[in-house]
Design a protein around this ligand. Structure first.
Ligand SMILES: [Zn+2]
Length: 457
């Protein structure tokens, strides 16, 4: 492919950027949060504050020595740029991060989609770059993994020094790369259901609640084997469900030792964050997206992580993805709640006249849309959310619709409250937790519904 045919990297400063201060508890408090929870999942656990080892040495081979100085986590892009079909314009450059963070001498590590214009195909990206104060590259030790088109085996490449691009979505921990104190977490022999990263994130979420704590750094997996995936080249057919996605991804059981780079954030402050993302690399040709260890009785994890002070969300899409590997149920639920609400609002003028008619109309209108998605914009004119609707999702919507209408009938409630709220909602095109929470709270307050277990719908 000629370079002239390839998209230029997006200017990061021209993209939407949100910066927030994270909760930065003392390291001792994080230890207090982690120890009891990790001990439920691993037989042997230790969490200590230590001086960071020199991470440029084996087995880490990172681009800078430490994880300290202006610690930040960056979530850029979204799975919705990959699914259901790829958006090839979403190519970014790590060199732009100095502008975004305001930090020079930036050390960037993390996980994302690789620079397909360089690789020729879609690939996994393990970012490992140190930039100097004038955005030039001091050390680029980044990796990509791709799937061989013929053999379907993994292909590992080091990126050239001057190739700092990535694509679509990525999650980074950035710092000045200075030596300093960090958390050392060692877990051996997994006897619980959670993988290493999830167990840390959930422990923080349990302790710190809705005050988000972000950790990033490096994980060494010395023993066991590890389930990973590597993305195949971009799918030419739309990926509409998690099943489609899993059929498209190529899964492997990778031999250790493996080194992982990435971040985790304990709570999403309504930014459609990817809550955790680590990619693994090695010197023996295998790596990819970390899922979990497959030989729990022998596994040993050693992580050096530091606490991020800031979170930067770059290029958050307006519409949340339809499904997400880490948080499938929630996104599905918010999506169909939203669509249901839109259709209720559209049909509301029937309610005041004849509830029976309204029930029939609502159900029929959705059922009509289901087999014919071209009508989606007529059905739901203020959003194109039905674009990616699966049949399964539409069935859920119909079901939920009936339930809500029954509730309204039973409570003899007017639609005024819902309509007022909807009218005040200027851009109801984003699906997020706040949106779902608002809707649930209105339903529960005005319709005296205490709990609705949508996951059973
Ligand atoms: Zn990944």
């Amino acid at each position: 492919m000629a370079d002239s045919c390839l998209p230029a990297s997006l200017d990061m400063n021209s993209l939407p950027i949100v910066r927030i201060d994270l909760n930065v508890p003392p390291l001792d408090q994080i230890i207090e949060a982690l120890l009891p929870e990790l001990s439920k999942n691993f037989k042997t656990v230790s969490v200590d504050v230590v001086q960071c080892p020199n991470l440029t040495c084996p087995p880490f081979n990172l681009a800078a020595e430490g994880l300290n100085g202006d610690e930040t986590v960056i979530d850029i892009g979204s799975p919705s740029f990959l699914l259901p079909l790829v958006n090839l314009s979403k190519v970014y450059d790590i060199r732009d991060f100095t502008k975004v963070t305001g930090t020079d001498s930036l050390f960037v590590i993390g996980a994302g989609a690789g620079p397909w214009p360089h690789a020729g195909v879609n690939c996994e990206f393990i970012g490992n770059v140190q930039l100097t104060s004038n955005d030039s590259i001091k050390n680029n030790s980044s990796h990509i993994y791709k799937v061989d088109l013929q053999t379907e085996s993994q292909v590992h490449n080091h990126l050239p020094q001057d190739e700092t691009r990535f694509a679509l979505l990525a999650n980074f921990f950035t710092s000045r790369g200075l030596k300093g104190q960090v958390l050392k977490i060692v877990c051996e022999t997994r006897n619980g259901p959670l993988d290493f990263v999830t167990s840390i994130r959930q422990a923080l979420a349990k302790y710190f609640g809705n005050k988000p704590v972000g950790l990033g750094g490096v994980i060494l997996i010395e023993t066991s084997k590890v389930k990973v995936h590597v993305m195949r080249d971009f799918s030419k057919t739309p990926l509409h469900s998690e099943t489609d996605l899993n059929n498209w991804l190529k899964f492997y059981e990778a031999d250790t030792p493996l080194v992982g780079l990435g971040y985790l954030v304990s709570h999403d402050p309504d930014l459609d964050l990817r809550p955790q993302h680590f990619h693994l690399f090695s010197n023996h040709g295998v790596g990819g997206h970390y899922h979990y260890d497959t030989e729990p009785t022998t596994v040993k994890y050693t992580a050096y992580l530091n606490v991020a002070k800031k979170l930067i969300r770059v290029d958050q899409p307006e519409i949340a993805p339809l499904f997400d590997q880490n948080n499938n149920n929630h996104i599905m639920n918010s999506q169909f709640l939203f669509i249901t609400f839109c259709s209720l609002s559209l049909n509301n003028h029937y309610y005041n006249q004849n509830c029976l008619l309204s029930r029939s109309y609502s159900v029929i209108s959705i059922a009509t849309v289901a087999p014919s998605l071209q009508q989606r914009n007529d059905f739901c004119p203020r959003t194109n959310l039905l674009n990616n609707c699966t049949q399964q999702l539409l069935l859920k919507i119909v079901f939920l619709h009936i339930k809500i209408i029954e509730i309204i009938d039973d409570n003899n409630c007017s639609m005024n409250t819902l309509n007022t709220w909807y009218a005040n909602c200027q851009t109801p095109s984003r699906l997020d937790r706040q949106f779902t929470d608002d809707l649930l709270s209105i339903l529960s307050n005005t319709l005296t519904v205490r709990t609705m277990n949508f996951t059973q719908v």
